[in-house]
Design a protein around this ligand. Structure first.
Ligand SMILES: NC(=O)c1ccc[n+]([C@@H]2O[C@H](COP(=O)([O-])OP(=O)(O)OC[C@H]3O[C@@H](n4cnc5c(N)ncnc54)[C@H](OP(=O)(O)O)[C@@H]3O)[C@@H](O)[C@H]2O)c1
Length: 283
């Protein structure tokens, strides 16, 4: 298997490149400086030069709040560039693997969202990722479109990393308890993606670590594990106004993925602990 990875400098991209190489795949990672996915000519050239079996797109514009103002940039990277990737992958005979988000949903559901549920994004970021989904579904002949949530892994700022940084500077923290989803580690997401790729069963998937929690519960797990001695208090989202609205409940049901893979992904608590160990935050 020969895989080309775009956005290989991001948290998922780095892990993907490492795991693909570990599996013995011929792995060709491109960081943003080497390949800007908004340059359709460069994308096409790279695919024709590398002749990959699969293009794994880990590149994205992920600044949820900034996207309210910079929405054209978000739409370009998360939407239009994905259409170009899909067309070039088709032409080059490659499978496209692309990621989307739980933020395509409005969060009003009272049960986990399945792949049959209708997206209704609350933010420009969510709209931009939905545009990317449509580009994949409209233009890609063979694809894996994978929605995931609350991604964390070594190599970039993420919520877990921020909680640890805040805990070093404060002995009292307030974290929202009215946003609920599933933290998902890059390690488990990359592994499950490559497992899916090997099945050849193309389509739309939800892939997250198992279980769900609020931001507050996730922070509490991290702070207890790292032995922080401060006070953690639950808060409501209204106390921290942000430009972008976020869904209150965006747990994804992995039905479909679990059936193809033959197993669920590990629990978010175990994935978080493994990350904290890898980062040297707990012994
Ligand atoms: N992070 C989350 O909580 C979360 C939640 C749900 C879904 N997802 C999705 O999961 C996937 C992986 O996310 P992640 O957390 O690994 O993201 P990440 O750490 O922010 O990495 C994204 C990478 O994309 C690169 N990039 C940005 N614009 C680019 C362009 N025009 N051309 C090429 N590369 C570009 C960035 O490079 P620079 O840093 O140089 O700009 C960065 O290395 C994305 O599709 C994301 O939308 C993420």
């Amino acid at each position: 298997m020969k895989v080309m990875i775009t956005g290989a400098g991001g948290q998922l991209g780095k892990e993907m490149a490492a795991q693909a190489a570990m599996r013995g795949y011929d792995t060709i990672p491109f960081i943003s400086r080497e390949l800007d996915i908004t340059h359709s000519g460069s994308v096409r050239d790279a695919i024709f030069r590398c002749h990959p079996d699969a293009v794994i797109n880990c590149a994205a514009y992920n600044a949820v709040d900034e996207a309210e103002r910079e929405w054209k940039r978000a739409f370009l990277v998360n939407g239009l560039a994905v259409r170009n990737l899909a067309l070039a992958a088709n032409e080059g005979g490659a499978i496209l693997v692309h990621y989307s988000t739980d933020y395509v949903f409005d969060g009003l559901s009272t049960r986990p969202y399945t792949i049959a549920d209708r997206p209704n994004p609350l933010s420009r970021y969510g709209e931009s990722k939905l545009l990317g989904e449509q580009a994949v579904r409209d233009h890609s002949r063979r694809y894996f479109l994978i929605r995931t949530s609350w991604v964390f892994g070594p190599g970039n700022t993420n919520f877990a990393q921020k909680v640890i940084e805040w805990s070093r500077q404060n002995d009292r923290l307030k974290i929202v308890d009215d946003q609920v989803s599933s933290p998902t580690s890059t390690r488990d997401l990359a592994g499950a993606t490559l497992d899916l790729l090997e099945t050849g069963k193309f389509g739309l998937y939800h892939l997250t670590n198992s279980g769900s929690c609020s931001r507050y519960e996730w922070a509490k797990y991290i702070l207890d594990a790292t032995g922080w001695k401060g006070v953690l208090l639950p808060a409501r989202s209204e106390e921290f106004p942000t430009p972008a609205r976020r869904p209150a409940y965006s747990v994804l049901d992995n039905f479909g993925a679990a059936e193809v893979l033959g197993h669920d992904l590990p629990l978010w608590e175990d994935a978080t602990r493994a990350y904290l160990e890898e980062m040297g935050e707990i012994p």
